[in-house]
Design a binder for this molecule. Sequence first.
Ligand code: C2E
Ligand code: MG
Ligand code: MG
Ligand code: MG
Length: 284
Amino acid sequence: HAKENGKNNFQFYTAAMNAVVHDRMEIENGLRHALAKGELVLHYQPQVDIASGKMIAVEALVRWAHPEKGLIPPDKFIPVAEESGLIVPIGEWVLRTACRQNKAWQNMGLPHIRMAVNLSARQFRQPHLLTVVAKAMEDAGLDPNSDSLELEVTESVVMKDLEGTISTLNKLHAMGVRLSIDDFGTGYSSLSYLKRFPINTLKIDQSFVRDITTDADDAAIASTIVTLGHSLKLRIIAEGVETAQQLALLREMKCDEMQGYYFSKPLEAAELEKLLREERRLSG
Ligand code: C2E
Ligand code: MG
Ligand code: MG
Ligand code: MG
C-alpha cells in the first residue's frame, strides 16, 4: 500500500513540477518579447505625507499587459526576469519611462512629486547602474537636484556586500538621487551599516502594517522602526496601509508617510494625472 501511495505521490509531484517548469519557460519566453512589443506598463501608487495629507511621491510598479492572460502582476514575472538577466533591460525601461513620466507631469505644471523606482538585486550590482541612472534622468530632462527621483532597494539586497553597497549608494547620492530601503524589517539589518548608508527613507514592510491594530508585536516592531529611523534622521513610510485605524495608529507613532489602498491603489498614468490635477485645484 505504502509503495503504491508513494508512487502516486511521486507522479503527482512530477506533474506539478512539470507544470511549474512549463509556466516558468512560458513566462521567460514571452518576457523576452514583451519589452519590444510594448507589453510592459507602469502603474503609479501615491505616497502621502501623513501630517499634511498631501501626495508627495508615487512609486512606479511594473505590470505585464499580456495579450492573452491579461494584466500579470510583477510577483509573477520579476523573479523570472531576475534569474534570466532580463531584469536589466526591463529595469532600464522602467527607470527611463518613470523619469519621462515625471518630467511630463512637471511640464503640465502639476504639483511636484518624487518618482520612486524599484531596483532589483541584479540591477543594484550592475556595473553600469550609475550610467544608466544618470542617462535616464538626463534624457528625460529631469533636474538631478530637484528631488525628482528616488530609488528603492530592499533591505536584503543592501545588507549583502556592505562595502559595495556603501560605494554604490554614495555615488547615487552624489548624483542627487534619493534612496530608500524597501521591505524594511524583513531582513537582518546591520545597524552600524545602516548608519553609514546615505539613505533618506525606510519603508516599513507591509507584513507589519497588516495586523498593526490587533497584533501587539507588529505594532511594537513598526513603532521601533519609526524611533530607530528618526534617530538616524530618516523619514519613515508605511507600506500597505488599508484602513483608517492603521493610519491613526501610524500617525500616533509619528510615522511620516504612508502608501496603501486606503489612499489609493496603483493607478494608470492618466488616473494618477487626475489626482495631481485635483491636488493642484485644492492647493490653489
Ligand atoms: P514593493 O516594491 O514592496 O511594492 C509594494 C507592493 O505592495 C505593490 O505590489 C503594491 O501594489 C502593493 N500594495 C500597495 N498598497 C497595498 C495595500 O494597501 N494592500 C496590499 N495588499 N498591497 C498593497 P505590486 O505592484 O504587485 O509589486 C510587488 C513587488 O514587485 C514590489 O514590491 C517590487 O518588489 C516588485 N516590483 C514591482 N515593480 C517593479 C519594478 O519595476 N522593478 C523591480 N525590480 N521590481 C518591481
Ligand atoms: Mg518598492
Ligand atoms: Mg515593499
Ligand atoms: Mg515587496
